[in-house]
Design a protein around this ligand. Structure first.
Ligand code: BGC
Length: 394
């Protein structure tokens, strides 16, 4: 592969999905008291095993790592800062720096402190300000250890799942609330951007945006195309307009393309089934979609990092090809002038896949949830070989 030297390779995780015992957040509450299928419990026990996990990442030749820090641990009650928690994250990031790895730190990855939820969560106009206070505290205490800040992970996914699809807490089906949450998150990002730029001026700031590929060959009639355009405008691009001029790079999370079919009378938008290969979660596999969404990012004129891309594949029979093909898709975008500078696979470890529980296996490293033993999957070695070849190691 001819990625220019300095291209970053690694993997990503998020706090609630791997750490275990995030007892002060809204997801934990949801898992205990509602209809959620599985409880996150110990998750992958990464809180205690991060050294072992990072040593594995290093042995797999990763040069970068993305993780999230948990707001509800750092600020378990409003205005009360937990020194132990922030010291833990200092130790975690120091470990990565000692291994010579580039760090991407996400400040919000779907979970909220329970006290925030009690005050109206992301529907409240005060939340952006409260988020900013947490971001300020984190930046002051982690300065120098963070190479890239990601303020918010997938704002549109968060808002859709929680306020429209009712699949995640607070499980609402409320269109005005959905719109409000997106506005609040954009406001929170802009505030966080200013705070981070002033406290840690050397660390670029962005957000991780889930992008769906609406491939032209997958939309049929003119009304299908129109609806695909509208979804694309709203889901893929809206957050960029709400935060214009206030991001230093673009974080792309790419998983799936989408085929739409529209019925007029009664009005219905259908997501059509996929005929090609799918993952264990039945998500279509389509590397060309990655090139497609990357080309769409070109107009924003910022460096791009793939901050997530991966699949549920318990047998590990598809993952090696998946990685190879998606990296080729990145190269195709680079060849057409998109400035892509890194690829972080989702995920380093098997983890708690939100409403889908522990079933889906996204890890380059398998986790035995009974013994917490780690086993490197064969595809992780294929990825390692790709990284070494690209960086001229060997
Ligand atoms: C999220 C991750 C999640 C992954 C796979 C992304 O939308 O950021 O938290 O595990 O997709 O579903």
């Amino acid at each position: 592969m001819d990625h220019h030297t300095g291209f970053l390779y690694g993997a990503a995780t998020s706090a609630h999905q791997v750490e275990g015992n995030n007892v002060h957040n809204d997801w934990w509450a949801w898992e205990q008291y509602t209809r959620a299928a599985t409880k996150s419990g110990q998750a992958a026990d990464h809180w205690n095993r991060y050294k072992e996990d990072f040593a594995l990442a290093k042995s797999l030749s990763h040069t970068a790592h993305r993780l999230s820090i948990e707001w509800s641990r750092i600020e378990p009650a409003q205005g009360q800062w937990n020194k132990k928690a922030i010291d833990h994250y200092r130790a975690v990031l120091t470990e990565l720096k000692d291994l010579g790895m580039t760090t991407f730190v996400t400040l919000h990855h779907f979970t909220n402190p329970r006290w925030l939820t009690e005050r109206g969560g992301w529907e409240s106009s005060r939340t952006p300000e409260l988020f900013q206070a947490y971001v300020r505290y984190a930046a002051q205490h982690l300065a120098g250890l963070v190479d890239f800040w990601i303020t918010i992970n997938e704002p549109l996914v968060y808002a859709t799942q929680g306020y429209w699809e009712a699949k995640w807490p607070p499980a609402k089906h409320d269109f005005p609330a959905l719109l409000r949450v997106v506005q609040r998150m954009a406001n929170a990002h802009r505030r966080a951007y200013r705070t981070l730029r002033s406290i840690t001026p050397d660390a670029p700031v962005g957000f991780a945006k889930h992008l769906v590929a609406y491939l032209p060959e997958h939309v049929g009639q003119i009304d299908d195309q129109l609806v695909a355009r509208m979804e694309d405008w709203w889901f893929n691009h809206r957050f960029f307009s709400l935060t214009r001029g206030m991001y230093d790079f673009i974080g792309v999370n790419y998983y799936v393309p989408r085929k739409l079919r529209v019925h007029i009378l009664p009005l219905q938008v259908q997501r059509l089934p996929w005929s090609g290969p799918v993952t264990d979660l039945d998500w279509p596999i389509n590397p060309a979609g990655l090139t497609h969404v990357l080309l769409h990012m070109k107009k924003y004129g910022k460096p791009v990092y793939i901050t997530e891309n991966g699949l549920a594949d318990a047998k590990d029979s598809l993952r090696a090809d998946f990685i190879r093909d998606h990296l080729r898709a990145v190269e195709a975008a680079q060849a057409q002038g998109v400035d892509v500078r890194g690829y972080l696979h989702w995920s380093l470890l098997d983890n708690f896949e939100w409403a889908d529980g522990f079933g889906p296996r996204f890890g380059l490293i398998e986790v035995d949830y009974k013994t917490m033993e780690r086993r490197v999957r064969p595809s992780a070695y294929v990825y390692k070989a790709i990284i070494e070849q690209a960086s001229g190691v060997k």
